[in-house]
Design a protein around this ligand. Structure first.
Ligand code: DQA
Length: 146
């Protein structure tokens, strides 16, 4: 079982960006932690990050053909709140998909309360820091094993 973890805009700045909200860890360090956790749970991981909307659509579309993965964990950053293009890309692929956020978007500014991606995902996990990604991997594993 293989899961594609996609991070969107500004998540490459973790560790430097708004540490009081997103913590001290870099994306590289979070990805290492996710990979170790996933492996211990029998899951292989592959990671992709882009600041560009169309590239994120391409990664979603390529989940099987390019990455050979069985599910997607997606933190689309601010695109979550307005990118119908990424929403449509998610609708194109028939694998389990979980939207994640490091912060609790519902406890933040109002524009972050809306997701235009969630209805094309199996579920949403937010507010648990780097653990949001790990919980999402377990959710996908559980869906795939049913
Ligand atoms: C985020 C929340 C988004 O609202 C924000 O634009 C991000 C990060 C999170 O992981 O908490 O870039 O997706």
């Amino acid at each position: 079982m293989k899961i594609l973890i996609i991070n969107g805009p500004n998540l490459n700045m973790l560790g430097a960006r708004e540490k009081e909200i997103y913590g001290e860890q870099t994306l590289e360090s979070i990805n290492t932690e996710i990979a170790t956790f996933a492996k211990a749970n029998g899951i292989e991981t592959v990671f992709y990050q882009s600041n560009i909307e169309g590239e994120i659509c391409g990664a979603v579309q390529g989940v099987k053909s390019v990455y050979g993965a069985d599910g997607i964990v997606l933190n689309a950053g601010a695109y979550t709140h307005y990118s119908h293009a990424i929403g449509d890309a998610l609708a194109c692929v028939k694998v389990p998909k979980v939207e994640v956020h490091i912060s609790n978007v519902h406890a933040r500014e109002e524009f972050r309360h809306l997701s235009v991606l969630a209805d094309n995902c199996n579920g949403v996990i937010c507010g648990f820091g780097a653990d949001s990604y790990k919980l999402a991997c377990l959710a996908i594993k559980s869906i795939l094993e049913k």
